[in-house]
Design a binder for this molecule. Structure first.
Ligand code: ZN
Ligand code: ZN
Length: 412
């Protein structure tokens, strides 16, 4: 028996006046999701806890059975893992922006004109950086998409108890990083980071890529500004934790980062954009192919578009995207055999607030042995009447492993 958790990112919503007090999922025409409701056991889920507004990262961490309050030290480690850096416990990781500063070290563009190309070459220069007095610390940069990059500090006696360098607005200098406690490790890391930000300017300001940008009237990417610090924690891999062989099919670096962090194999999908324009056909065929033709027995799948539409406050787009996923992806899931399939979301992203909310999300489980209930429609309201009642995200892997007959008994 194999298992799938399919997360439709940000799927949940609140009733909308313009939809006659229905949610987009309620209003959408979703015959395949409804078939899953009919064949399965239904409920609602708080990915972290009732009323807690989760990030996609902390929600996924919780759904995979890890305690986000222990494991989630900051965004940095997951971004670093998301761009494919092999991070190890004890590393201190940051997300960074390439930004533009003027001659007085004042930030004039936080995203360096949304630079798209050649950041790999800038990173190559930055990776030669050694900070005097900190020769024992390995400094590892890697480019991400657009103006984004990640930074990993590897060495002894480092800490994540420090503030951000990002001034968040233009017209100010990068913030001086300060320790948030008075341990020598925090002081040392803060000092190192302040020197690193200054050094990055020296490394980048006369870089040929930037001289060329200046010539073309584009803001040079002449400084690196780190934020989102986190200490890479020690975690048990998902495979060991649940005695499975797991893979993650995701669209965004953030979710791939969570997957890698949990020791999962990453299966990339061609044409996956993480938006409503994503290639759902390829996502569907990748799922079917991976389930039927690989040895992995557990798949975490994330489809991101509904979250994007929610953040943008686009009702019609969210509704239509849900219908498209139903038609292209869920229809294919219904044909799979010997699989326990869970369809749910990581959190709600209500159109009305254009951000994540703490409202629980609908969940349905299909597979041999599930106690089928009377619910026949998959949405925030109907699912709540199902046999699963209201569960926490941290229970989900246990429930799945039990249905896959893959868990061991607690007690005699
Ligand atoms: Zn999310
Ligand atoms: Zn979101």
């Amino acid at each position: 028996m194999k298992g799938i958790i399919l997360i439709m990112d940000g799927l949940g919503d609140r009733p909308l006046k313009e939809l006659a007090n229905q949610t987009p999922l309620q209003k959408a025409n979703t015959p395949n999701m409804d078939k899953m409701a009919e064949r399965g056991i239904n409920g609602i889920m708080d990915s972290i806890s009732p009323g807690i507004r989760p990030g996609s990262d902390t929600a996924h961490i919780s759904i995979l059975g890890y305690n986000p309050y222990e494991v989630y030290t900051g965004r940095g480690p997951f971004e670093a893992s998301g761009v494919g850096l092999d991070i190890v416990p004890g590393d201190v990781a940051f997300r960074c922006n390439f930004s533009t500063v003027d001659d007085d070290f004042i930030v004039t563009d936080r995203r360096a004109g949304r630079i798209r190309d050649n950041t790999a070459e800038l990173i190559e220069s930055l990776n030669k950086m050694v900070i005097p007095g900190y020769e024992d610390v390995e400094i590892i940069f890697k480019e991400s998409t657009g103006h984004r990059a990640v930074l990993v500090l590897r060495g002894e006696n480092l800490s994540d108890e420090i503030t951000d360098a990002d001034p968040k607005v233009v017209g100010k200098a990068p913030k001086t990083v300060v320790p948030t406690n008075d341990t020598p490790h925090a002081k040392r890391t803060a000092d190192l980071l302040n020197k690193l930000v200054k050094h990055s300017h020296n490394f980048l300001k006369d870089h040929p890529i930037n001289l060329n940008r200046i010539k073309n009237n584009e803001p040079p990417a002449n400084i690196i500004i780190p934020r989102g610090v986190g200490l890479v924690p020690e975690v048990e891999s998902l495979n060991e934790k649940y005695n499975i062989n797991s893979a993650c099919i995701a669209e965004t670096g953030l979710i791939m980062g969570i997957g890698r962090f949990a020791g999962m194999e990453i299966i990339e999908v061609e044409g996956a954009t993480g938006g409503i324009d994503t290639n759902l056909d390829n996502i569907a065929s990748t799922i079917v192919d991976s389930v039927n033709n690989t040895d992995y027995d557990f798949f975490l799948i994330n489809i991101d578009g509904a979250d994007e539409a929610g953040h943008d406050g686009m009702v019609k787009e969210k509704l239509e995207f849900i219908e498209k996923v139903d038609e292209v992806v869920i229809s294919k899931l219904l044909e799979l055999e010997n699989v326990v399939i869970i369809l749910t979301a990581d959190h709600s992203t209500p159109i009305s607030i254009m951000d994540h909310s703490g409202d629980p999300v609908p969940i349905v489980i299909n597979g041999e042995g599930v106690r089928v209930d009377d619910v026949t429609r998959f949405n925030e309201i109907d699912s709540a009447k199902g046999g699963l009642s209201r569960i926490k995200g941290s229970d989900l892997m246990n429930i799945l492993m039990d249905l896959m007959n893959n868990s061991s008994k607690f007690g005699a």
